[in-house]
Design a protein around this ligand. Structure first.
Ligand SMILES: NC(=O)c1ccc[n+]([C@@H]2O[C@H](COP(=O)([O-])OP(=O)(O)OC[C@H]3O[C@@H](n4cnc5c(N)ncnc54)[C@H](OP(=O)(O)O)[C@@H]3O)[C@@H](O)[C@H]2O)c1
Length: 315
């Protein structure tokens, strides 16, 4: 029986689990949920490769973690997900030193930014939250498969409920930009990617999970204004005000996904509140929308993503 829920913390879900001998690669390690995830995985004995775009910030938080946990095995790598060349360079550098990876936590993200474009001209939320991670995972796939059994965790969001993925115009070239719609599309893409990835790697022991962490006050809200909280409450199917979790509660579902034996033999699924989510029903703010786990849409996104990053992957 799974005794965890929305109130469970990272330390509670990892209790009694050792990650010794495992290499965990975590993106967005410089802040919020990613940093807490690194702390807990390292405390459980994993070697943690902290990945972030701002080298100074990354070195500073890694030094802080090390001060609190002198035994922690921490490594750092710079990578800007909004530039596919930076993703390629980072993956090349990682593979120089690591031929096997057991855990990949695709956690970095941006939310509801004004219309911005990545180095390769993709809309920023789509480019950062999905495409950068799609390429990064593909480039690390051989090391993941060689390190099996392993898991890939993709941070999605209940925000996937805001929008289906838009295959016709993913980068807002021919339609008015809507920052929440774009966030929703990118977070739907995170779930579809999870479904597509799990299908390709499960026979070889690498399972994938999409995670909604809950609502947590982090730097993710940097682009938000007062009015956005009202917008978010209105978008909530239950019409309820958002209930916030602590960072330790927010990162708990990621850590549970990465480490729990209760998920053995599972994959290609969406998790929230340290549980496997049910299919969404109208009027409830929990659950996963059927369009986000649709196999045909997952296949279509896979092909589109390969085309956009200009590379296919032989899983
Ligand atoms: N907090 C919530 O309520 C919530 C709810 C649902 C889902 N999520 C998801 O949880 C994940 C983590 O969010 P968080 O709340 O921990 O937010 P956060 O504190 O803002 O952390 C986001 C991380 O992503 C990094 N990042 C942003 N753009 C990047 C880029 N171009 N290249 C590389 N790294 C980049 C940030 O780097 P910098 O430090 O340099 O900015 C930071 O390390 C996100 O995927 C988010 O969508 C969060």
């Amino acid at each position: 029986m799974n005794r965890f829920d929305a109130s469970s913390t990272t330390d509670q879900v990892i209790e009694g689990i050792s990650l010794e001998g495992k290499l965990a690669v975590v993106t967005g390690a410089s802040s919020g949920l990613g940093l807490e995830t690194c702390r807990v995985l390292a405390a459980a004995g994993a070697t943690v490769l902290m990945v972030a775009r701002d080298e100074d910030k990354l070195e500073a938080v890694a030094a802080q973690l090390l001060q609190a946990q002198p035994d922690a095995q921490l490594l750092t790598q710079r990578m800007d997900l909004a530039d596919l060349n930076s993703v390629r360079n980072a993956a090349t550098e990682i593979l120089l030193y690591h031929s096997e990876i057991q855990l990949l936590i695709n956690n970095a993200g941006v939310m509801a930014c004004p219309l911005q474009r990545t180095a390769q001209d993709f809309e920023m939320q789509f480019g950062t939250n999905h495409l950068g991670h799609f390429l990064f995972t593909g480039l690390l796939s051989e090391a993941l498969l060689d390190g099996a059994p392993g898991r890939v965790i993709n941070l999605s969001s209940a925000g996937h409920k805001f929008a289906r993925f838009n295959f016709d115009d993913p980068s807002y070239l021919r339609r008015p930009y809507d920052k929440w719609q774009a966030y929703g599309e990118s977070k739907t893409a995170n779930v579809l990617f999870t479904v597509g990835l799990d299908l390709r790697t499960r026979e070889r022991g690498v399972r994938s999970f999409a995670v909604h962490p809950g609502a947590i006050m982090t730097n993710l809200g940097r682009h938000m204004e007062e009015a956005d909280l009202v917008t978010l409450s209105e978008k909530s199917p239950s019409g309820q005000k958002l209930e916030f979790k602590s960072v330790e509660q927010g990162a708990a579902t990621t850590v549970w996904a990465a480490s729990s034996p209760q998920l053995s033999g599972r994959g290609g699924i969406y998790l929230e509140d340290c549980q496997i989510a049910a299919t969404a029903v109208e009027g409830k703010s929990t659950g996963v929308e059927p369009y986000a786990v649709n196999q045909a849409a997952a296949d279509r996104l896979w092909l589109l993503s390969e085309e956009l990053v200009g590379q296919s992957f032989d899983y």
